[in-house]
Design a protein around this ligand. Structure first.
Ligand code: ADP
Length: 261
């Protein structure tokens, strides 16, 4: 009997080992798939702005073109805007790598959401120049306990999306308020909105709503990084319609207050 039991245990253990091998293989192939997708997406997304930068710089550098001042200024602006885009993109990649390794540990200092939102808006002024941005953060909003640069990165990702998906000339709002023991900040726009069944998935890495009228160049990383950073602060993030009639997109995040009420 003992022998039979030992045999059974041996078989069971082998099964468990086999199962673990299989799971490991699945995890590895999933990681491989992600790595491959990331590589092709990264090379594409790095090249697109670089091609614009090189094109504009070559025209500026070509004496034969003899460009007039307004044309030169517009090319310089292209170089700046595309350079800023590259910078944000690389920052997002760095954040993502650190999040993946658990190496992104936010520092927590008392900070002012009004200043963070203002700074994000200022740094993104190139991308936002065709929209009306309204920052409505009350003066007396209590301070939050966050890593200001990381939260600025999140707000920039949200503003960048709003500018990308909402029509030119439309309004983008940044709103904040206290909700119990947390501060709540949201960015709303009058764009095409995110379909209800995609609202949970847009925070997944590489997930993009199917190509449609409203779809623009992008990486599917911005919201995944936003979620990673917000959750590393113990906060939450979610997507809703922006307006009472169900139009637009509002991304709402919550953050810890410095001194919870
Ligand atoms: P990206 O914008 O680079 O594709 P994100 O992770 O920032 O990646 O967003 C994921 C997807 O969610 C986008 O591809 C888009 O389909 C959808 N999305 C995000 N923000 C908005 C928005 N403000 N309005 C409409 N769709 C949005």
């Amino acid at each position: 009997l003992l022998d039979a039991m030992t045999d059974q245990t041996g078989i069971a253990l082998e099964r468990i080992a086999l199962q673990a091998d299989l799971e490991q293989a699945l995890v590895t192939s999933e990681a491989e798939r992600l790595r491959a997708a990331l590589l092709s997406s990264v090379s594409h997304d790095l090249r697109t702005p670089l091609v614009s930068i090189i094109g504009a710089a070559s025209s500026l550098a070509d004496p034969a073109l003899d460009l007039a001042a307004p044309a030169r200024a517009s090319m310089a602006a292209t170089i700046r805007d595309e350079g800023e885009r590259l910078d944000r993109y690389i920052q997002n990649l760095l954040d993502m790598t650190r999040l993946g390794h658990g190496a992104l540990v936010p520092k927590r200092v008392p900070a002012d959401l009004r200043e963070i939102a203002g700074s994000a808006r200022h740094r993104l002024r190139g991308a936002l120049r065709d929209h009306r941005v309204e920052v409505a953060v009350p003066d007396d909003l209590p301070q939050v306990l966050v890593d200001p640069l990381l939260i600025e990165q999140v707000v920039m990702n949200l503003l960048d999306n709003a500018a990308k998906y909402a029509p030119e000339g439309s309004r983008i709002d940044v709103t904040a308020r206290v909700d119990g023991a947390r501060a709540e900040l949201s960015v709303g726009d009058d764009g095409p909105g995110i379909p209800p069944d995609a609202r949970g998935r847009v925070f997944d890495m590489f997930y993009r709503v199917a190509e449609g009228d409203g779809q623009r160049a992008g990486t599917g990383l911005g919201l995944a990084i936003a979620r990673g950073i917000v959750e590393a602060h113990g906060g939450t993030i979610a997507a809703h319609p922006a307006r009472a009639d169900g139009r637009g997109t509002r991304i709402t995040l919550t953050l810890p207050l410095d001194t919870p009420a």
